[in-house]
Design a protein around this ligand. Structure first.
Ligand SMILES: [Zn+2]
Ligand SMILES: [Zn+2]
Length: 71
């Protein structure tokens, strides 16, 4: 796999869209691994990786998107 931007060999794959990224073009972006309900406060909590690899091209949303057309 090559870097999406410069076509050199990629060192990583974007966690969000799967594009390849070389060291120069790889960015980081928080990635939500899991969402769960806390035991004490019954509030929703998210397990987040702060520096997941991001290609710098796609636009991950920090919040889930409603998709009413799929229902
Ligand atoms: Zn590159
Ligand atoms: Zn991406």
């Amino acid at each position: 796999m090559d870097c999406w931007i410069c076509e050199r060999p990629a060192l990583a794959a974007c966690r969000f869209c799967g594009r390849g990224a070389c060291r120069e073009h790889a960015k980081s972006h928080p990635f939500v691994l899991d969402v769960y309900r806390g035991e004490k406060h019954r509030s929703l909590r998210a397990l987040v990786v702060e520096d997941a690899i991001h290609c710098g091209v796609c636009r991950p949303r920090s919040e889930p998107v409603d998709m009413p057309e799929l229902e």
